[in-house]
Write a protein that binds this ligand. Structure first.
Ligand code: GRF
Length: 189
């Protein structure tokens, strides 16, 4: 049997996408293994989720490093120690520099809650609502040095529920969990 693809999930917040990926793995829908959860926010809820699944967490505070290159080099060492092959960003709120990109060329993906190239950056859902669009969505893309600019892998549309940001957010997150799993199934084959 082919060994599962070793991945690391990077997250700075709640970690619902991480959980969706891990649950897909446990249901046998994704032939992968989350070797490590990497966070720049040791108090983030993703840490609690990872612990529940018994997945090791690397929590590093970037401010404790002399440079971003040093911070990413420390991450790369940990990734190599556990043989990580792909990096899956899921709400990781930092730009990736050329240090990490060079270590994992074409092997870093991200999910963003809009139909890129519309509404890159922070609060994409708020940006879409403020713009008055009727349809927004979700994008999975390869990561480059830009902010949500890399080649697009998969997209799905989600209707904006007028006057109800919470319901719109919920619909987007539900779609994220489905789309990320599907995209990873294809990519990690
Ligand atoms: C998601 O909306 C994702 O698209 C964006 O950050 C959010 C992370 O949510 N990049 P969660 O932490 O996975 O719940």
């Amino acid at each position: 049997m082919i060994a599962p693809v070793k991945i690391a999930v990077f997250a700075s917040g709640s970690g619902s996408n991480f959980q969706a990926i891990q649950e897909a793995i446990e249901r046998g829908e994704l032939h992968a293994k989350v070797e490590l959860v990497v966070t720049d926010k040791p108090a983030a809820f993703v840490v609690t989720r990872a612990e529940k699944f018994g997945i090791p967490v690397l929590a590093l505070n970037p401010k404790e490093f002399a440079s971003k290159a040093d911070y990413e080099t420390a991450i790369i060492e940990a990734l190599r120690e556990c043989g990580v092959q792909w990096i899956v960003l899921a709400g990781y709120m930092r730009l990736i520099s050329e240090v990490l990109l060079a270590a994992y060329p074409q092997r870093i993906v991200n999910i963003h809650p809009s139909l890129l190239p519309s509404f890159p950056g922070k609060d994409a859902i708020g940006q879409a609502i403020a713009h008055g669009v009727k349809v927004t969505g979700v994008t999975v893309h390869f990561v480059d040095e830009g902010m949500d600019t890399g080649p697009i892998i998969a997209q799905a549309a989600v209707a904006v529920i007028e006057g109800d940001r919470e319901a719109t957010e919920m619909a987007i997150h539900q779609q994220e969990h489905v789309l990320y799993t599907k995209a990873l199934q294809q990519l990690l084959k």
